[in-house]
Ligand binder design. Structure first.
Ligand code: GLC
Length: 634
């Protein structure tokens, strides 16, 4: 492991075990300045090289052939044309003749041209020449990953119950609606451990409040849910409503805990409640204060949270909005020809998440005034850290579930992540699968995507297939957006099939949890690309739609509509277990090589490696009822 320092990098606290700075010049990558960027790193790629990494991002497990930008972005409409999602995970691993891992530690923008302009070249460019670069080489991909994980520290450990099934929707509007959703699960015998509360449980979308009209009996709701082994998991948003008399806002304002504009005034942005201020998550004192906010819900017995809108997502800034209002009048008068019409459209579409806004407010970071865009990618990380540190202070004996939308490497020590706002698209099911190993490399083990898809209308078959993948991901949550089709599984004709698949999840929890714990303890992965486990097998190295889960099993989900079978490649002899719902209906030895395997809706095939075993629990309705000692071994 070699650590190089360029310029004056801002400390991110991604790395906890820092090696000595290497003062020799870098040999593994060429380093240069050009007319576009003050700092570039480049290397040649062999035809067969795979470039792994970049955590949460679009496209393949092998990142070759595209341009990726580290810039945490709120983009619910992402497709493969995008360059960044909600997180920045600047770790890459070149796998081929050499196994070379590189981590670019900077909270600012990094552009990864992974064979996009030239297929045989990797070029990493930085608009600002301040970065710490960690370079590691090893005998295998997994050795490099372990080395990397050892410097960034152990991953967050979620409670066992967080491996149960969770139901979410934006939003269940009243406590009675919550009761209804839970009752429908219980009456249908559909296992459930978590019920998520989206923004409407709050009073006017104000953090650390409860809507008295619709959730007035919140305390009773929490205890009723507890009796049924259901954990209520409320959302917390990054922006704090700017409203005189709202005590949390007043406290933040009085103590100077909000991000400031260039004149030292609180910077005002728009999120769900309208005008908000952004807590200065990078300021130690403000972070402690924000974390203490969770006490309100912890005191009510809550033991799980999801942090949202923390890229931070800005619907608008007051300052920019005023400029837009002033300009709109001009457009209202006169002809809108092609140029003026597009100017008008750009003006409107540029209101949200505007780059100029990100360069218009400031943090007080370690006593320095730092412009937000320089540290943009840290905001979600530090928000979530504020929560996690508060849990340790306030409820040291409670295991708390915590996951965030935005993140940066380092946050993996404090929480998990979900994969942001996806769509009810088959391509996003596949993206969910591909992101798992990329995230694992970067330390994010407790993760999963919105099952069934968040935006757009899901379909029954998509729901079934997505659940069939989701039963393997640590975070297994069905979530959908306001205005979309309701997708709680009991609403579908195929409820019995879906229930069976969720029951299978519970049968798998002991296996999955031990694989998860092992990945934490041994700084390894839970989801492996085949090429990392069978590096000599050139076919396995090319497979992008099958994964190993833990050390013992392989999965090959269906991700195309109307497909009832698929090609599966076996890198070694394996035993196929076919489940119809939760029931094991077929066991069949298969030899190494190519197979075309029937997988009708409602059936899940798991491939057990030669000489390995899979343990299965009995079917239960919640993790609390799982018997971890009496397992069936296959
Ligand atoms: C964001 C979140 C989504 C949530 C919605 C409303 O889009 O990513 O999960 O449902 O906000 O809070």
């Amino acid at each position: 492991m070699r650590r190089y320092v360029f310029g004056q990098p801002i400390e991110t606290e991604a790395v906890v075990n820092k090696p000595q700075v290497c003062t020799d010049s870098m040999t593994e990558l060429s380093v240069y300045t050009d007319e576009r960027f003050p700092l570039n790193f480049a290397t040649t790629l062999d035809a067969e090289d795979i470039v792994y990494g970049l955590g949460e991002n679009v496209r393949g497990i092998n990142k070759r052939g595209w341009l990726y930008t580290s810039h945490n972005s709120d983009d619910p409409n992402h497709d493969e044309g995008k360059h960044s999602l909600y997180a920045s995970h600047n770790f890459i691993l070149i796998s081929g003749q050499r196994h070379l891992g590189v981590f670019f530690d900077t909270p600012g923008e990094v552009i990864f041209d992974v064979g996009y302009n030239h297929y045989d070249k990797l070029v990493v460019s930085l608009p600002e020449a301040d970065v710490e670069v960690y370079v590691m080489e090893g005998d295998s991909d997994l050795a490099v990953i372990r080395e990397f994980r050892q410097i960034i520290g152990k991953s967050y450990r979620a409670p066992k119950w967080a491996f149960g099934y969770g139901q979410c929707r934006w939003s269940y509007m009243t406590s009675d609606e919550v009761r209804d959703v839970v009752r429908n699960h219980r009456e249908n015998g559909i296992p459930l451990d978590m019920l998520y509360l989206d923004i409407d449980y709050m009073d006017a979308y104000k953090d650390f409040t409860i809507n008295p009209a619709t959730f007035g009996d919140f305390d009773a709701l929490v205890s009723e849910m507890k009796e049924q082994n259901i954990h209520l998991v409320p959302i917390i948003d990054a922006g704090v409503k700017k409203e005189d008399g709202y005590d949390f806002y007043e406290e933040g304002k009085k103590n100077g805990y909000f991000c400031k504009d260039e004149n030292g005034e609180d910077f005002v942005v728009g999120v769900w409640p309208g005008d908000c201020c952004l807590p200065d998550m990078l300021n130690d004192e403000a972070r402690e204060w924000f974390g203490n906010g969770y006490k309100f819900l912890l005191d009510k017995g809550i033991d799980g949270f999801w942090n949202d809108m923390n890229e931070p997502a800005l619907f608008y800034s007051r300052k920019h909005l005023q400029e837009v209002f002033d300009a709109v009048g001009d457009f209202a008068r006169g002809n809108l020809d092609i140029n003026r019409f597009f100017q008008f459209k750009d003006l409107m579409s540029g209101i949200s998440n505007n780059e100029e806004d990100y360069a218009s407010f400031y943090h007080n970071y370690k006593g320095q005034k730092v412009r937000h865009d320089k540290v943009h990618n840290l905001f979600g990380y530090y928000m979530t850290r504020s929560a996690s540190e508060a849990f340790k202070r306030l409820v040291p004996d409670r295991e708390v579930l915590m996951f965030s939308r935005s993140s940066y490497i380092g946050m993996h020590r404090y929480a998990g992540i979900w994969q942001g706002d996806n769509k009810s698209w088959w391509s996003h099911l596949l993206m969910n699968l591909k992101m798992m190993p990329s995230l694992n490399m970067c330390g994010f083990l407790y993760t999963g995507a919105d099952l069934g898809g968040f935006g757009d209308q899901t379909t029954e078959d998509l729901m079934i297939r997505w659940l069939s993948l989701g039963i393997f991901t640590p975070l297994m949550r069905n979530h959908s957006a306001l205005g979309t089709r309701f997708q709680e599984v009991y609403r579908f004709d195929a409820v019995e099939q879906m229930k069976g698949i969720i029951q299978l999840r519970y049968r798998l929890i002991p296996y999955l949890y031990q694989a998860y714990e092992k990945a934490i303890n041994e700084d390894t992965m839970m989801f492996y690309p085949l090429g990392m486990v069978y590096p000599e097998d050139t076919t396995a190295r090319r497979i992008e739609d099958q994964l190993l889960v833990g050390d013992d099993i392989m999965i090959a989900p269906i991700y195309e509509q109307n497909a009832a079978a698929r090609h599966v490649y076996l890198p070694e002899d394996m035993r196929m277990l076919r489940f119809r719902g939760a029931e094991l209906v077929e066991e069949c030895p298969l030899s190494q090589g190519h197979h075309y395997i029937d997988m009708p809706l409602g059936e899940v095939c798991i491939f057990v490696r030669n000489g390995h075993q899979l343990q299965l629990a009995d079917i239960v309705e919640s993790v609390a009822d799982l018997d971890w000692d009496n397992l069936t071994f296959v």
